[in-house]
Design a protein around this ligand. Structure first.
Ligand SMILES: C[S@@+](CC[C@H](N)C(=O)[O-])C[C@H]1O[C@@H](n2cnc3c(N)ncnc32)[C@H](O)[C@@H]1O
Length: 388
């Protein structure tokens, strides 16, 4: 066996169900959303204007005004159910193969062919913003464990269900490859000796930095042990040395000034704002002078018009991501400076998505003004800074 994901075997019908649901979900995100805009422009907005003598000024106002629109309700209902069914469609295959998955993951951890490390902490207190709900409508959320050395949530979230990618912009490698391509362009003399990925899940994004920086040391932390176990086995079987540990990013056990680069992706919007401030301070603490932090996230409220904010914040109300809107209402530059980073080094921008722009075209589009990305279509929003 070369790839841990080959343990995730669906029957024909399970596989077709998963792909159908994934396509339905993607269709909502990428296409039907424009029809929601039509419903807003032609019906909801004129009614709001007539009643209030002005247009809606925030996503929140649009969200309240559009609530009863039938097209929007249908869209929300389909999108919600597609999201929930996606994990549910994969669960039977994971449940059926779980004993074998645990056995193989344990064996790989014992043999440890690539020399990486895995440290779990059964006493780690999982933050309330993770345990209070099934985040992202994933049954069991990220952290749940029901048996010894449980890897079910790791396979559920990490294992690919095969076939061509449904959304190439969100496929494996896109995030790490896009960020590292930009880093090489923006900081050509920067070669990190080691990277910390906070909220790494199974380390899929972290692993890709090895392509850009072959000698780099890879460190990933997450509160979710099942994903870390799965990720450790995946990396070891791929011959990639990766150091994964179960830690809360609010307080990590690394010494001051350990890392050259700290990255996060799709992380902060799931975290309560006071906790995200603590995490940014931890990132600052563990960075060496001259080290960089790069966060890939949804763009903040301030850089999107009201309708886009309403669409992005849909997840706050319907996707068990209660911190999404509060997080997006922050100014990322202010968050970085509050954590100690110098304002002069702080940046925010959209970086081209490497799977969308052919490699030989990347150099030409770096300074294009790219519109805020729709979940990776065309580009990713990033922000960060460099420690003095
Ligand atoms: C949306 S996932 C993103 C995973 C990955 N970074 C990516 O880009 O695909 C968020 C991850 O953050 C982890 N997480 C949430 N709060 C955390 C915390 N306080 N400390 C460490 N990890 C955390 C979750 O367990 C989950 O794996």
């Amino acid at each position: 066996m070369k790839n841990i994901d080959s343990l995730f075997q669906q029957t024909h019908d399970e596989y077709v169900r998963t792909r159908y649901i994934a396509k339905l979900h993607n269709h909502c995100l990428m296409n039907v959303r424009f029809k929601v805009r039509d419903a807003y422009e032609t019906s909801v907005k004129p009614k709001f204007e007539k009643k209030n003598g002005r247009s809606p000024e925030t996503g929140h106002e649009i969200s309240k005004a559009i609530e009863k629109n039938l097209f929007y309700r249908t869209y929300s209902s389909v999108r919600y159910n597609a999201q929930e069914m996606l994990s549910q469609s994969k669960q039977p295959a994971v449940a059926r193969q779980l004993p074998e998955m645990i056995k193989v993951v344990r064996k790989v951890a014992n043999e440890n062919p690539a020399g990486g490390t895995l440290k779990t902490d059964p006493n780690l207190e999982i933050p309330k913003y993770i345990t209070a709900q099934d985040v992202h409508l994933i049954p069991g959320g990220y952290h749940s464990e029901f048996t010894e050395d449980d890897v079910a949530q790791g396979f559920l979230l990490g294992a690919r269900h095969g076939g061509p990618p449904i959304n190439p912009g969100r496929d494996f490698g896109s995030v790490g490859n896009s960020v590292s391509a930009w880093l090489k362009h923006a900081y050509p003399d920067f070669t990190p000796a080691n990277i910390l990925d906070m909220g790494t899940q199974g380390g899929s994004n972290l692993m890709t930095y090895k392509v850009a920086y072959p000698d780099v040391g890879l460190y990933g932390i997450d509160i979710a042990a099942p994903s870390l176990r799965y990720g450790h086995a995946k990396a070891e079987m791929a011959g990639v040395k990766m150091h994964l540990s179960q830690q809360n990013a609010e307080k990590v056990d690394f010494e001051d000034e350990t890392f050259d680069l700290v990255v996060t992706s799709f992380f902060f919007h799931e975290i309560a704002v006071p906790a995200s401030k603590r995490i940014l301070k931890e990132a600052y603490r563990v960075l060496k002078p001259g080290g960089l932090m790069v966060n890939l996230e949804l763009p903040p409220h301030k850089s999107c018009e009201p309708f886009l904010n309403f669409m992005f914040d849909w997840d706050t109300r319907h996707n068990n991501e209660p911190n999404y809107r509060n997080y997006r209402s922050q100014d990322p530059i202010a968050l970085m400076t509050e954590a100690g980073f110098p304002e002069s080094e702080t940046f925010e921008r959209i970086v081209p998505e490497v799977a969308t722009y052919p490699k030989d075209k990347l150099a030409d589009v770096w300074d294009d003004k790219v519109e805020p990305p729709l979940h990776g279509r065309g580009g990713w929003y990033i922000y960060g800074s460099r420690k003095a």
